[in-house]
Design a binder for this molecule. Sequence first.
Ligand code: SF4
Length: 151
Amino acid sequence: MRDDERTPRRDATTRPTRSQETRDTGRTRRRFIWLTGTAAMAGLAGCSGGGGGATETTTATATTTQSSGSTGGVPEAYATATSLDGTQRNPDSLSSQEAVSYQDEPKDGKQCSTCRYYIEDKNGDGVGACAIVAGEIAPEGYCVSYVEYEG
Ligand code: SF4
């Protein structure tokens, strides 16, 4: 039997040393830790990004109608009166003051007395009405349906 037919002996250069195994295991462990850390960070970024993605938008609409008596909450003289721009008030088709966020004071220089829908005082009590909103309306009031009268 020739020397080269014998089972080759493992020499020191092909056998993994203990220090190599330790390095490989350490490298594998470090890679595992890096991967799990990266995954965790990605998960956290997904949770915190954009504040949850919900954006709340509030838009006031004047769709609620109110039937407070046959005149819509105003003296008879205002029931079907016309506003500054000639819009005729319909007591059966008015928004409630709550629906249009009516307030008794101006907002940003806007007030009912300069709104196209305002119906001026007819009986000398200092308040008027509105062609599209129920109830008595102060000239210095305001609501979200305000449209400047340009007549
Ligand atoms: S601001 Fe609103 S309540 Fe006042 S007159 Fe205009 S629409 Fe009517």
